[in-house]
Design a protein around this ligand. Structure first.
Ligand SMILES: *Cc1c(COP(=O)(O)O)cnc(C)c1O
Length: 422
């Protein structure tokens, strides 16, 4: 039994009842609510056990076989296992599993390939890009010359004509392809063509979709991108962490950028949790989950369209749906807060070319990873579309919201989530 401590040691509930109670409260919240934030998920009990283990006690700056501290007999094996599982899972030549999260993984790519003030390109934040792809409020927009590309105003899909035009004009060192609020498949071969034309490195950030990629539910950037980064805690269903994957030729530069370039000792308990998640992600059950995430999103999108919602790009081919609430005459924030009270948890989000301000934008972002991990399917998606429509059309109706919250709780209790003891 890992992690129970010696019998004479107080348990968490005895040592710190306040934190123990808050953890329990969050377990209840994650059980009785529909969690629709597309970057969130449930990890398995096995992943939780590894992540909560005594591996957190050990310092191991460096890489397996080349550490700066003694006593790595066990840790080297943990990291090597994580790396070899990830290499075969993604089909890549090199993996660095040490980045503390997705953002530090992306910083490592900049440190490996760029000098300060170099030109970089990424999808603009309002078009669904990530902060670390050159947003002006991020270090990546302050230390580098960021030239964002956008989606097209017509179909709200990535405008490859603009990507190519800007790339030819500005000759970026790096082109990022990767998104955080974009409901469509990414065309990696097209990005590769443009990167080759201008001599840029192509970096695919698959933070949101890595679970779909390894499950075969989204095309893989392997063979197209020079470097691939990801989080481990979104659709991949691991603990919070980051990855950088690349061809052998970039391995040294990437490893040096992560350590000693950006970080000190790796989080070994996280590495162990990632290894467990990689093992789980190589199973047929995970493939089914990945495909179900996408089919659930499509059914939910159809359900929402039939209830009069407007969806950015008109639908989805991945795990995510971005609702344009303007046709419902309600703002993102008001809808998000009313839905949260009804037990339906998503996030307000800017839509492309949003006329409103980022702290109260016109969009609401949802996704199906968490509800798919708890086993929900088509019937639940249609029910969800129905209750969402009710709440959004009457966000101040306290009676209605109470009734929906009760229905949501009832529904949720039929689908106990992984990792949480009821
Ligand atoms: C979530 C995300 C990240 C950052 O991950 P953190 O772990 O929150 O730092 C980076 N890139 C994309 C595209 C993301 O969606």
């Amino acid at each position: 039994m890992p992690n129970t401590g010696t019998p004479h040691e107080p348990s968490l509930a005895e040592r710190d009842p306040e934190i123990a109670r808050l953890i329990r409260d969050e377990e209840v919240r994650e059980t009785v609510k529909l969690r629709l934030i597309p970057s969130e998920n449930y990890v398995s009990r096995a992943v939780l056990e590894a992540t909560g283990s005594i591996l957190t006690n050990k310092y191991s700056e460096g890489y397996a076989g080349k550490r700066y501290y003694e006593g790595q007999q066990v840790i080297d094996q943990v990291e090597e296992l994580a790396v070899s599982r990830l290499k075969s899972l993604f089909g890549v030549e090199h993996v660095n599993v040490q980045p503390y999260s997705g953002s530090p993984a992306n910083l490592a790519v900049y440190l490996a390939f760029c000098q300060p003030h170099d030109v970089i390109m990424g999808l603009g934040l309002p078009s669904g890009g990530h902060l670390t792809h050159g947003s002006s409020v991020s270090i990546t927009g302050k230390y580098f010359k960021s030239v964002p590309y956008d989606v097209s105003p017509e179909d709200q899909r990535i405008d490859f004509g603009e990507v190519r035009r800007l790339a030819l004009e500005h000759k970026p060192k790096i082109i990022w392809c990767g998104t955080t609020a974009y409901p469509r498949t990414l065309d990696f071969p097209k990005f590769r063509e443009i990167a080759d034309e201008v001599g840029a490195k192509l970096c695919a950030d698959i933070a949101h979709i890595s679970g779909l990629v390894v499950g075969g539910a989204h095309p893989s950037p392997v063979g197209y991108a020079d470097v691939i980064t990801s989080t481990t805690h979104k659709t991949l269903r691991g603990p919070r962490g980051g990855l950088v994957m690349c061809k052998k030729e970039f391995a040294k530069d990437i490893d040096r950028a992560v350590f000693p370039g950006l970080q000190g000792g790796p989080h070994n308990h996280t590495t162990a949790g990632i290894a467990v998640a990689a093992k789980e992600a190589s199973t047929p059950e995970f493939k089914s989950y990945a495909h179900a995430v996408v089919s659930n999103a499509k059914v939910l999108a159809e359900g929402l369209l039939s209830k009069g919602f407007t969806l950015v790009t008109g639908g989805t081919d991945n795990h995510l749906i971005l609702i344009d609430l303007r046709s419902k005459n309600v703002t993102g924030k008001i809808a998000a807060q009313a839905l949260d009270r009804a037990g339906i948890v998503g996030n307000y989000n800017a839509i492309p070319f949003d006329p409103r301000k980022p702290f109260d934008p016109s969009g609401f972002r949802i996704g199906t990873p968490s509800i798919t991990s708890r086993g929900m399917g088509k019937d639940e998606m249609l029910k969800l579309a129905d209750v969402m429509a009710q709440v959004v059309s009457a966000p101040d109706d306290v009676k209605l919201i109470e009734s929906v919250a009760a229905q949501v709780k009832e529904l949720c209790l039929g689908f106990p989530p992984p990792g949480i003891a009821v």
